[in-house]
Ligand binder design. Structure first.
Ligand SMILES: CC(C)(COP(=O)(O)OP(=O)(O)OC[C@H]1O[C@@H](n2cnc3c(N)ncnc32)[C@H](O)[C@@H]1OP(=O)(O)O)[C@@H](O)C(=O)NCCC(=O)NCCS
Length: 336
């Protein structure tokens, strides 16, 4: 383990519950064959399954990795169902070689069944649970694009998914979050005076739905209409509320400056038009570069300028400008 990864691991261990004997035993008794079957069911490509399962025996014999994996399992299962439990956002452990890159694949394989049972028990339709499981393969594909190796990009994102508080419905991901309380609640939010004026739905602690746009999601207006319509139905039963509920989204994709560069028919601009933007924002060049180029460490001069968006992002940054993560909201349940 490198020094940097050692620091991240100590952060993870501080956040996590201590590993239990039961969790350690579960990991020790998971056979390579069972692991391979689960990863295949999770739609991880066959070659990747072979690569990931090959060092499993060595991984589970290594006390440090075993303890870390067990601590993550215990923490996910402890927090499942507690939507206000804090979420960690920590870097990946890619510097540690295969064990660090494979950690979240092992974690997903160990916790997926618990998440599926939880969502099914709460009333989530089977096809939505099935769609939600696709997050692992999607993040494996992003990792391959970025690093040309097997791993899970932004592994921390697996935690809220495995806790059962994010579901994929059609082309979007929907996240259950209480405003101002959950870690992924939009920040900054309206001022206290604005909140008092705007009332129910906007207040601290009000239930809301966070919208996330998966990588390469087909967000045509028709697909978005379908996703929102189905999500209203599914989440109306899964996470019912008796009051006004907002859907919020905080992302570079809501930066209204994009309208200066993208064509009127752009899916991103059509997505933007659905939301009311907050008057406050944060500058976020780093995430914008990450989501548009997925090319960490590449100098700006070497990044591709193939698409309108890529050219716009680079032109603005090269002229000293900045991109912003903006927050927007809409009435999720159609009540205002
Ligand atoms: C969501 C996504 C699929 C939308 O792409 P899209 O449907 O092509 O969007 P648009 O129709 O608005 O595209 C307009 C232009 O920008 C380009 N573009 C859009 N997203 C791009 C991306 N991530 N990388 C490079 N170019 C992109 C398109 O190719 C098009 O270029 P062109 O005019 O030269 O043909 C895409 O942006 C994406 O995969 N984003 C990553 C996920 C993400 O950022 N989520 C938010 C996290 S906070």
């Amino acid at each position: 383990m490198t020094l940097d990864d050692g620091f991240i691991v100590s952060m993870m261990r501080t956040f996590c519950a201590p590993p239990t004997d039961e969790a350690i035993e579960r990991i020790r008794s998971l056979t390579t064959r069972e692991l391979a079957m689960t990863l295949s069911r999770l739609r991880v490509e066959e070659n990747d399954v072979l690569e990931v399962t090959a060092p499993w025996d060595a991984f589970r014999r290594d006390g440090e990795w075993l303890d870390l994996l067990a601590a993550l399992v215990v923490t996910i299962e402890r927090d499942r169902g507690d939507v206000d439990a804090p979420l960690p956002i920590w870097p990946d452990l890619d510097e540690s070689g295969a064990p660090g890159r494979f950690l979240y694949l092992y974690l997903f394989a160990l916790c997926a069944a618990g998440m599926e049972e939880f969502l099914a028990r709460e009333g989530c339709p089977e096809h939505v649970v099935e769609g939600t499981l696709g997050v692992l393969a999607r993040h494996v594909a992003i990792h391959r694009r970025k690093h040309a190796s097997v791993g899970v990009d932004a592994g921390w994102w697996m935690l809220p998914t495995l806790r059962g508080e994010i579901v994929d419905v059609g082309c979007l991901q929907y996240h259950r979050v209480n405003l101002g309380v959950g870690t992924l609640s939009p920040s900054p939010w309206y001022s206290d005076d604005d909140v008092a004026r705007m009332g129910v739905g906007f207040r601290h602690g009000d239930p809301s739905v966070g919208i996330h746009i998966p990588d390469r999601a087909p967000i045509t207006p028709e697909r978005l209409d379908q996703s929102f319509a189905e999500a209203r139905e599914v989440l109306g039963r899964l996470w019912p509320v008796a009051q006004r509920r907002l859907a919020t989204c905080q992302t570079w994709m809501l930066d209204d400056h994009l309208a200066r560069y993208l064509s009127e028919t752009s899916n991103i601009l059509a997505f933007q038009r659905r939301f009311t933007l907050l008057p406050v924002w944060v500058e976020d060049d780093a995430d914008t570069l990450e989501f548009v180029f997925r090319s960490p460490g590449t100098a700006m001069a070497d990044l591709p300028r193939t698409t309108t968006l890529q050219r716009a992002i680079l032109d603005v940054l090269e002229s000293g400008g900045h991109w912003r993560a903006r927050t927007g909201w809409l009435d999720f349940d159609g009540v205002s």
